[in-house]
Design a protein around this ligand. Structure first.
Ligand SMILES: [Zn+2]
Length: 280
């Protein structure tokens, strides 16, 4: 499932091909994704110039020269494929095809169809149902230790669940929550309200650090992809604890000590990974 760093990488990979370009043809190859496409979807996009591509949480926002904004979410399996020309045939999971005035073809492919696309206008973007309750961007200036501490105050939910709450911080998913709690040495089962100011500061810094590191890894995959298939959406990334049950974590020899390595527990139906020796 693409997390924030993957979505950021997709935006950065698409931007040079779409920004400043006119969409000369837009094709929708089925009536719906997770939700139906908005009315007159292709018609409203055709002929428009893309003024910018931005990410908000895990949404891709394509701003257009008429004030319109395309909101796209990659869902579980969505990817964007860039090709210099029209392919001979499309895959059955190629659902939306954008053609620019440079002849570039950008295809949205989504096998599981949990992705979605919607259209709105820039003036109403903040009120859109998918965006209006989002907390601050974890890589933005608004996100800080003191701000996070205010948002966590009084919450008796586990800190892991609080960090997955999109109204507290936008765009964090299961992988990077485990990684950030590990980096900051905080047990995922602690209640949010039990964290000290110092711990919240450390946690906010760790959130930023794990995301920035993953985005940097995505950046190197972008340089590689130019020689390869043109697919944007996933890249290889090394995690400290995520999906590493029983292995030693990078900072201690917990796999050989009595703790038995990285632990996996289930919180709200989803796996959490942590090191019982390093996290308190
Ligand atoms: Zn360890």
């Amino acid at each position: 499932m693409p997390e924030l760093p993957e979505v950021e990488t997709v935006c950065r990979g698409l931007a040079p091909h779409l920004e400043g370009r006119r969409l000369v043809r837009v094709e929708q190859r089925r009536p719906n994704l997770r939700t139906p496409f908005p009315p007159r979807f292709c018609e409203r996009l055709t002929g428009r110039v893309v003024t910018s591509l931005r990410r908000r949480a895990k949404y891709i926002l394509m701003h257009l020269d008429d004030g319109g904004v395309l909101i796209a979410h990659l869902g579980m399996s969505g990817r964007m494929i860039i090709a210099p020309e029209r392919p001979d045939a499309f895959d059955k999971h190629d659902h939306v095809v954008f053609e620019t005035d440079a002849g570039t073809i950008v295809t949205f492919n989504d096998a599981r169809r949990f992705g979605l696309m919607d259209l709105t206008v820039a003036d109403a973007l903040g009120d859109h149902p998918m965006l209006r309750n989002l907390g601050p961007e974890p890589l933005g200036n608004e996100f800080s230790g003191p701000d996070l501490a205010r948002r966590l105050a009084g919450k008796i939910t586990p800190i892991k669940a609080a960090l997955l709450d999109q109204s507290i911080v936008a765009g964090l998913g299961n992988i990077y929550v485990s990684e950030a709690l590990y980096r900051s040495g905080i047990l995922p089962t602690r209640t949010a309200a039990s964290l000290t100011a110092g711990e919240v500061d450390r946690l906010a810094g760790a959130v930023r650090e794990v995301l920035e590191r993953a985005i940097a890894a995505g950046g190197s995959s972008l340089r590689d992809y130019r020689q390869a298939s043109g697919e944007l959406g996933y890249f290889q990334h090394q995690f400290a604890v995520y999906d590493r049950e029983g292995e030693g974590c990078p900072d201690c020899d917990c796999d050989r000590a009595r703790t038995g390595g990285v632990q996996r527990i289930v919180q709200s139906g989803r796996s959490t990974f942590f090191c019982a020796a390093r996290q308190r």
